[in-house]
Design a protein around this ligand. Sequence first.
Ligand code: FMN
Length: 336
Amino acid sequence: MTLSELLSPFSIGHCRVVSRVIAAPMAGITDLPFRTILKSCGAGLTFSEMVSVEALIRGHRKTYGILQRADGEVPFGIQLFGGNPDALAKAARQLEREQRCELIDINLGCPAKKVIRSGSGAALMREKQRLFMSVGKVVDAVSLPVTVKMRACDRPGDLRGVKLIPELFSRGIKAVFLHARCVSWNFSHPPEWKWIEMAVGMGRPIVGNGGILSPEDAVKMVERTGCDGVMVARGMLGNPWIFREIQQIVGEGKAAPVSFEERVETMKRHLSLSIRTFGEKQGILKMRKHLAWYVKGLPLASDFRGRINRLEDKRSILEEIRRYSKLIYEKYDNDG
Ligand SMILES: Cc1cc2nc3c(=O)[nH]c(=O)nc-3n(C[C@H](O)[C@H](O)[C@H](O)COP(=O)(O)O)c2cc1C
C-alpha cells in the first residue's frame, strides 16, 4: 500500500473500515470510555480488551462488562483468548448471536505467563495443529470476519509467526495484525519492521503494529513496509489525537499539535465517561493512569500526578484539573 492509501477505507472480510489507522486491543486500557475518546479522535477500528473464552461462556459478569460497546462504535472488534478450539468456536458463536461486534480477533501474541499456561496467546501460535484447528473451528462457527493478532516470531531467527501467515489466510482468516516483536522481547525492545515487510505479500491485509509512538512513525512504517494499515498501541496513551494527527500528516503534510485547551477538555470528558461507566470509585481508579499520561512531559506533571492519586471524588479531581490548568496558563502567559 502507498502512503496516500492509508486514508482510504478498506475491507476486512465483509466489514468495511473507514480508516486504516486502527486502535490496538490493550488489556486494562481499551475500555469503553477510552475507546469512545479514540473513536472521536478518528480511530478507524477499535478493539475490546482481550476476553477469556472460558469466562465468556460462563457468562462472567465482569467479562460481559468488557464487551459493552460505546454509542456509535462501529465497527467494533472483540479479541478472544483461549486454548481450546471448541471453546473458542463456542464463544465466537455466542458473540455473533448476541450481535456484540463486527469482527472477532484471536489473540496469538500475549506472552503473559498466566495466558501461556492456559495454552492461549503466544502458546497457541507455537502449536500449529491446535492453532489451525482453532482457526478453522472459529471461522466455520461464525459469518463474522475472523482475524488474528500475533507476534512475528517466538525468538529472533525463527520467524514462526510470519511463516504461518499464508496458511492462516487459506484457512479463512481475513486480516493479520502483526506485532513486529518476538514473544521473548518486552515492549522496550525496538521492533523489527522488516518482518512486517516480509509478511506483506503473503496475504492481505497485513496491518503493522509495534513502535508507532508518533504520527511520523506511522508514516515511516507504511513507507518502509508497504503494510495495508497501521495499528497504534502505546502511542495512543495520553495522545488519542494520534489518529487525527496521522490523517493530517498524510493528507496535509503536517499535523497540528493538540492545544492545551483540547487536552484539558478531553481529560474532563474521559473522567466523566469513566465514572458514568464504572461508578465514581472504580471510574476514578481507572482514570489515574490516563490523567498521568495526558500530562506526561508537561511542566509540573509529576506534582499533578501525585495530587490526583490522593483524590477520591470527581469534584476534587475536576478542581485539581482546573488548578493545574490555571498554573499552566499562567506559566505560558509569563513565558510570553
Ligand atoms: C498494557 C498493555 C496491554 C496490552 N493488552 C493487549 C491485549 O489485550 N491484546 C493484544 O493483542 N495485545 C495487547 N497488548 C499489545 C499491544 O496491542 C501492542 O501489540 C504492543 O503494545 C506493541 O505496540 P506498540 O509498540 O505500538 O505499543 C498490550 C500491550 C500493553 C502495553
